[in-house]
Design a binder for this molecule. Sequence first.
Ligand SMILES: [Zn+2]
Length: 502
Amino acid sequence: MIREKKFIIFMFLILGILLSGFFSGCQETQGTVEEQKAVFPLTIWGDVDNPWDLHKKQDAPDIYEIERRGEKIEVIALSELIDRAQPRGDAFDILFTAHDGFSVLISGKNIAESYIALGEEDRWEAINSNHPRSSNIKNIKDIVIISRSLPLGAGFNVINPVENLAQLSIGDFYEDGFSVFPAVRGTAFQIHEDEELKATSFYRHRQVDIENYVDLSGADSAVVVGHKGEVEPYEESGRLVLQDNSLGYMQNNELLIPEARGLVLNPPDRMITDVYHDTKTLLKQEEKILMILIDGLGYHQFEYARENGYIPFLESLPQPEKAMVAYPPVTPVNVAASLTGELPYINGVYERGIRRTQVPTIFAYTEEQGLSAAAVIGPMGTIELEIDPIYTVRSDEAGRNDHKKTENALEEMNEELRLLFVHYKDVDRAGHNYGDLASKTMQEIERTDGYVQSLLQVWEGKVLIYADHGMHATEEGGDHRHLIFEDMFMPYWLLDGGNWNE
Ligand SMILES: [Zn+2]
């Protein structure tokens, strides 16, 4: 329909240009359609992936004509503006706020006949034909989308190592309100006619009081986690500030985390980056180290497997510590964090698809020192290493190849070998297919327990066993990538090692 209309308009335009050229001698023409710009842009933000500013009608996908009080006016469809902002979740409310602070909240349903128009003095106004007349608000500054069906991980999460406490929506913060405070950037001076004049510059930030939503009184400590894996202690003097579609974390007027994903209360002391530091310390002490990465073994899965008798060998070892992985809890990010000792925003691997680290891995150190090292990994590899890894290509009909990796790892073991890294993957595959606590996933954990045993029975040296992330149940099976306790915590064994045969 719309395309047809456009085509007809286009044809008329061509005709118009031709005619105007023909008659140019005798008639004055109007030129092209003037771009009417609003006095202030209209910002569409909140629970959206793509916040944006509307400056003029032509920024919208289409301009329509409707009749209003007997007059034809040009309008933009509200639904098209919102679609472009990509709302998080299907169900949402819409908050209109005017420049003077007057606000109206309407449901996101039935907005097929809701429009935005440039009204008096070139200021934006809303026309909500199917909603109460009071929603036809003038001089609008913001349209804030407030999600009522926020997908997991699309807001600001508050968790601790055993529980997900709250998932807060950015739109909720707008709706509930915030306080504004000035963050001073600096003061400049100038002498003018013997008089010192000064200018103080600052940003006016919108601060959210997180304690209105969660009780922090029981927490001894907390950290803020950013979208690129930043981790900063949450201090009483720190402030969470509202950005376009996320919260930022500020301290002493400095924005330490531009896009926070949430808050972890009582985080464990252990972090995934300890893998690198512990390994390096041991190498310096002339020890041999076997690093076993069990992909996708969350702490809660380990506990469940232990309680249900799936891991007799791991259970016979000293208790593991609980450790936090780097955000986002996905494999490349945490392989990089564990092998470089740096968080994602520093090591450069902060999302899937990045394979090269910005800082050297532990294998650069073994190379430098002339120490013999090997890495037994799957057919693809996750990040680039400074040594040539041993790719394990063959797998069985179920896609498993950890039995083959175990054989490869056992073949690599010799007197000279100082560092051996083995990346097991079958537990993660099962977790995706069946869910975090499904019996088929537990059976895979049981198999892996056996592989670990066969390695430790031969290896004479220190042992470090860890995971890169956990797993949570989904409708299709399982997944991991959110700031939730199931995905973010893993067991961490640092063992004296030795020969388990003795
Ligand atoms: Zn996975």
